[in-house]
Ligand binder design. Sequence first.
Ligand SMILES: NCc1[nH]cc(CCC(=O)O)c1CC(=O)O
Length: 305
Amino acid sequence: MQFPLRLGSRGSPLALTQANMVAGALRAAHGWGPEAIRIVPIKTSGDRIQDRPLAEVGGKALWTKELDRALFEEEIDFAVHSMKDVETIRPAEIVIAAMLPRADVRDRLIGAESLDALPAGARVGTSSPRRSAQILRARPDVSIVLFRGNVDTRLRRLAGGEAEATLLAAAGLDRLGRSDIGHAVPVETMLPAPAQGAVGIETLAAREDVRAALAAIDDACTSACVRAERALLAALGADCRAPVAALALREGDMIRLRAEILREDGRSFEAGEARFAVDALEAAAELARDLLARAEPDLRAHFRR
Ligand SMILES: NCc1[nH]cc(CCC(=O)O)c1CC(=O)O
């Protein structure tokens, strides 16, 4: 293997923090020095387009396309991603080689202690169809304001009075050293997005040396759970912009997968769960089909490909 290994990352503060976590884990696992890994920031189209909801931007692979290209052109040896932002359908030449131990999976509400505590008619800033739907289900009186951009941008817009509250992933806030802000929303109220809180590392399938090095930092439990959540998402024909929530937890040799599909206005939803052996991912697809079969036409329409 040729050093330094080049780790591609988005350039946002959160992405770079996660890249440093990956580099640190690899150095510790292999006893490598600080020079062994170089972080290469790469601008993605998702980072450039800030003024429209992602669902409207339409193009797929907003966060991955440029990093994929850098992998193919051998500008980088591996790439770090928030697994939540990685599409379910990936190029066949690319593999998810490892995931770091998952962080807090919950969303944190900033600006109020709980959804119930929001003032009547409050404006809540988010660009996530899942969060919008879950908020509106709990609080049909609030209005949703489009909030995009990185964590700092969203907090600035909140401070600027553009909304009374916003929601951010606890994992991102914690990694940025902002554990002090917001109130965690229980997963029973807001089931998280599939793969929320998980950091993954991708490389080319052909790079056996890199894959072996990455295997040393793979958290098997996180990988198994996130793979189950992604299998459900894939079977729904959905991506990270669809109003889908899913959370898998290990229970001994089994995985317990909870999932929810919602209409974006929160007026209709289906929830379910399944228990299956760690490798029996077909059960996740079955749960997806079951949710779709129960969904009323307007809800199912969100998932028509
Ligand atoms: N879509 C943006 C995104 N992708 C991953 C995270 C947070 C970190 C994580 O979930 O691992 C965030 C920000 C957020 O949702 O608040």
